[in-house]
Write a protein that binds this ligand. Structure first.
Ligand SMILES: Nc1nc2c(ncn2[C@@H]2O[C@H](COP(=O)(O)OP(=O)(O)OP(=O)(O)O)[C@@H](O)[C@H]2O)c(=O)[nH]1
Length: 569
């Protein structure tokens, strides 16, 4: 009980630590304040063929639309133009930078004051800038943004994800870059570490749910790295990660692994078979989008993938809530891990849909809540495994326990003796065969209840004479077998004598009765080539000598080659 509470405290301390670590970069991002900017989309008949000289000279200003929130979002294949100005002069001394956050695979061109040609910016490819973190495209404004001056932006839509705009001093960009990289490193490290642990546990325990969990984490890491651009500077990263097809593929297989893991962790087939059957539909949709993306890229894959994800999330949240309300532990763990994830997913998705102005740190919160969910699930999985282990240990302890005395039963003590014989290498081990004298009359005169109590007290007294490594079991009715590893015969005879005295020396008090009992004991020492049967047979023969000698005594088995024998009373 005490151990359990301590373990749970350790789990929750870990979770709190992670939450605090989550809060730090989010708080840092939230406190970032840049220069105000005004964003105006430009409406032109032919967006692809705009005359930039005319644009910069202000001759196309008639096409400018009213200012919008500083967010740029285009459908795939669309071309868009925007003008950026600032209501206050942005001084060059502050080394201001234009930031386009969460760029993913988008590419932009910018015409900034002080430069003739366009500045290109992208996460991947020849225009990738290794001098900044991958959270944003950063375009330098060498002359700042004086009153009346403008930055012109051109973008071809490659991803439908929105990009937020900001103008910030270089010092702040660097500070936020560092916080971002630290945060991403923490999140990705947690996920990678958990994945490695999951695969190690899979090999160690043979539990398939660990493999699905590990798979889910690997796909999650790939997804975050692909969308976030963490690996953008590695050779081949552009080819591997910068296509929507890559995201559909890892996303689809990630959901498949997650579903297979959660159904086995929650035991959905046994506990909620209806939800389990529906979950197969979500899994099939996600699998079809993943397999489809392996073959070719098509629009239906994104639809199937999103449907699979939404259906699976709803079913898992519903299933875990039902199980949690029933007091089921895995249900509670899944609910606790999915809730923050679902909240962040909904906030990010509604932000993407333009329903509200989502803050830039929300995407990082989503990644963090995923790491938190994975950590909770890993703890839950380990906890479930421990519980299974405890149940199994309990069951195997019950299988070898004698109910009446709490000692090992016959098969338990025989197994223990077999092991001890193997470990002893054939010599130096003694056993004592202990039998209660004239027990039948106790049963006959006082009844079985008193007889049982008598067996309990005698077993306790005999056990109290043993050392930590010795074994004792109830061999049958009123017979006990004691195994004394690494004990010479003389010492074993002395131990047996102490057992005899412990029972004979004091009467057994049962209710109002005071019964005098005694033991007959036969001791035998192991010899090379001994088996459990041959050794027990010699101890039994020695016990017979004690019985024949008048009971209440200890006899040592004769060692044929040495002719040793001992007896006491
Ligand atoms: N109360 C009780 N009695 C048991 C239990 N198992 C066996 N017995 C009784 O233990 C007695 C064993 O008797 P024996 O060992 O044959 O004979 P004994 O009377 O002890 O005499 P000696 O062994 O020759 O000294 C029998 O009467 C069994 O019914 C048990 O679990 N509870």
């Amino acid at each position: 009980m005490g151990m359990g509470i301590r373990r749970h405290r350790a789990y929750w301390s870990g979770v709190w630590l992670l939450l605090v670590l989550c809060a730090w970069p989010l708080a840092a991002a939230a406190t970032s304040a840049g220069f105000p900017l005004v964003l105006q989309p430009l409406e032109v008949a032919d967006a692809a063929g705009v005359d930039v000289a005319a644009l910069r000279a202000g001759r196309l200003d008639g096409g400018l639309k009213p200012a919008v929130a500083p967010v740029i979002q285009l459908r795939q294949g669309e071309v868009g133009w925007w003008r950026i100005t600032s209501p206050v002069p942005v001084p060059a001394a502050e080394r201001p930078q234009l930031l386009l956050r969460s760029p993913f695979v988008n590419r932009v061109q910018a015409w900034v004051p002080g430069r003739d040609g366009p500045v290109h910016a992208a996460l991947y490819g020849e225009h990738a800038a290794p001098t900044h973190a991958h959270r944003a495209l950063v375009i330098e404004l060498p002359q700042g943004l004086p009153a009346g001056a403008a930055v012109w932006l051109r973008m071809e839509g490659r991803s439908a994800l929105p990009m937020q705009l900001a103008i910030e001093p270089l010092a702040q960009v660097h500070r936020d870059d560092l916080a971002y990289v630290a945060w991403r490193t923490l999140v990705l490290s947690v996920l990678v570490l958990l994945a490695v642990l999951a695969f190690i546990f899979r090999i160690g325990t043979g539990e398939s749910s660990f493999a699905w969990f590990g798979g889910m984490l690997c796909f999650a890491v790939l997804y975050l790295v692909a969308v976030g651009g963490d690996a953008r500077l590695l050779p081949g990263a552009e080819y591997l990660f910068s296509t929507t097809r890559a995201h559909v593929l890892v996303g689809g297989f990630g959901v498949v692994c997650s579903n297979l893991f959660q159904r086995s962790y929650l035991d959905l087939p046994g506990k909620l078979p209806g939800i389990d059957r529906l979950l197969w539909l979500g899994t099939a949709l996600s699998a079809s989008c993943g397999i489809g993306a392996l073959v070719a890229s098509a629009r239906w894959q994104i639809l199937a993938g999103n449907l699979g994800l939404i259906l699976s999330s709803i079913l898992l949240l519903a299933g875990s809530t039902i199980l949690a309300l029933r007091g089921d532990r895995p249900g509670r763990v899944v609910m606790a891990s999915w809730l923050p994830l679902m909240v962040f997913t909904t906030l990010v998705a509604t932000g993407h849909m333009g329903l509200w102005d989502a803050p830039p740190w929300l995407a990082q919160g989503l990644a963090g809540s995923f790491a938190l969910a994975s950590l909770l699930l890993a703890i839950g999985l380990a906890d479930k495994l421990l519980e299974l282990r405890r149940d199994r240990d309990h069951a195997s302890a019950l299988a070898v326990a004698d109910k009446l005395t709490g000692l090992l039963n016959r098969s338990g003590i025989e197994a223990g003796l077999r092991q001890a014989l193997q470990a002893s290498g054939g010599g130096g081990l003694c056993i004592a065969f202990v039998d209660l004298d004239d027990f039948k009359p106790v049963n006959d005169e006082y009844g079985h209840g008193v007889g049982d109590q008598c067996l309990r007290i005698v077993s306790q007294r005999v056990r109290n004479q043993l050392r930590a490594g010795d074994l004792i079991g109830r061999y049958g009715g009123d017979e006990f077998l004691v195994v004394l590893p690494a004990t010479p015969l003389a010492e074993a005879l002395a131990v047996a004598e102490r057992m005899r005295v412990s029972v004979r020396g004091r009467p057994l008090t049962i209710d109002q009765l005071r019964l005098r009992a005694s033991l007959s004991i036969g001791v035998a020492e192991s010899m090379p080539g001994d088996t459990v049967e041959s050794l027990v047979e010699r101890a039994d023969a020695a016990l017979y000598v004690s019985k024949q000698g008048g009971r209440n005594r200890v006899s040592g088995a004769a060692r044929e080659e040495a002719g040793l024998a001992g007896a006491s009373a």
